[in-house]
Design a protein around this ligand. Structure first.
Ligand code: RIB
Ligand code: CA
Length: 318
């Protein structure tokens, strides 16, 4: 009975180290969300590595979620990866079990996989999207009827302030701004975790990261991959290490941790200049709004960090 009423989730991701932490947190809370599927997309690294990383994580975390590989490149432009941040494989730092790559790949077409999964579900599905939105945009464009069975989309992407991959743009928005534009204007309810939240508020310190290795066997894994990620972030002078993608997951399973949000009409720049992928809210009081997106603006950081730590530690308490 309880399982039937569970919040069903499909996670579209590009692991990637913060995606890995986000997936670890999600799978630690089967009482809050039933992860029925994981779909992969090219982003942090090339699609093959992303999908292998998903296999490694799902094996290591003992999940039985279905896995489908999606689009290798964005809708219009060539892909730009972030291997300088996540390492060549996208998850350097930890030797996952050899048999990880036996984890079944149910489909190599994430778009039709998501469509069939959602349209045939006896209850609405929540999407958690922590990567360039190519798969999600193609799903909504190709099969608009799917919207009737999508509950909510929780996105990590964009920003109302700073960029990261460029002065103006956040990485997921930058890689596929056309896809983000399609999703933002889909009419579906969206909760957005942008860099204004993740870099400024939803971060862990190097001291906090140093404690993760003591959180059981999943802590050893998380600590090893975070050392790579934090190594890059701190090498460019960051002392606050943002766990971007965990915000998209936690905004679904523990929304009470987020202490401020505003509904904005969000736009994304599709220009071919230095502003490509920039996202910005329409703060004008009298303008006609293109959409209405719940933009998260603050989080109880200590509770956020504790939630992540407790989720990691919970695997050794099962
Ligand atoms: O800008 C941060 C986002 O880009 C995160 O999702 C990270 O994993 C990368 O995909
Ligand atoms: Ca990501």
């Amino acid at each position: 009975w309880g399982k039937d009423l569970m919040t069903k989730v499909i996670m579209d991701c590009d692991p990637g180290i913060d995606d890995a932490i986000a997936l670890t947190v999600l799978l630690a809370h089967p009482e809050k969300a039933d992860l029925i599927g994981v779909t992969t997309v090219g982003g942090n690294v090339q699609l093959d590595y992303v999908t292998q990383n998903a296999q490694k994580l799902l094996t290591f975390l003992g999940s039985h979620a279905e896995l489908a590989a999606g689009q290798a490149t964005p809708l219009v432009k060539e892909i730009q990866t972030a291997s300088h941040v996540h390492g060549k494989t996208g998850m350097d730092g930890y030797d996952f079990p050899e048999n990880s790559l036996d984890y079944p790949i149910k489909s190599h077409n994430a778009v039709t996989y998501m469509y069939n999964k959602i349209i045939n579900s006896d209850e609405k599905i929540n999407l958690v999207a922590t990567a360039p939105l190519t798969n999600v945009a193609l799903l909504l464009k190709t099969f608009p009827d799917v919207k009737e069975n999508i509950e909510h989309i929780y996105i990590m992407g964009g920003s109302t302030l700073q960029g990261n991959i460029t002065l103006a743009a956040e990485f997921n928005a930058y890689v596929d701004p056309e896809a983000m534009d399609i999703v933002f204007n889909s009419g579906l309810p969206i909760t957005l975790s942008g860099l204004n939240l993740t870099e400024n508020k939803a971060y862990v310190t190097m001291d906090e990261i140093s404690k993760i290795k003591d959180l059981g066997h999943v802590g050893v894994m998380a600590s090893s991959i975070l050392d790579i990620y934090a190594g890059h972030e701190s090498s460019i002078g960051m002392t606050k290490i943002p766990i971007h993608d965990a915000c998209a997951v936690i905004s679904l399973i523990a929304p009470e941790l987020f202490t401020k949000s505003t509904n904005y009409s969000m736009d994304v720049s599709l220009t071919n200049d230095q502003y490509r992928g920039m996202t910005y809210p329409d703060r004008r009081v009298d303008s006609e709004k293109k959409n209405s997106i719940k933009v998260l603006e603050d989080v109880d950081r200590e509770a956020f960090v504790k939630f992540i730590f407790d989720s990691i530690a919970s695997y050794d308490k099962k």
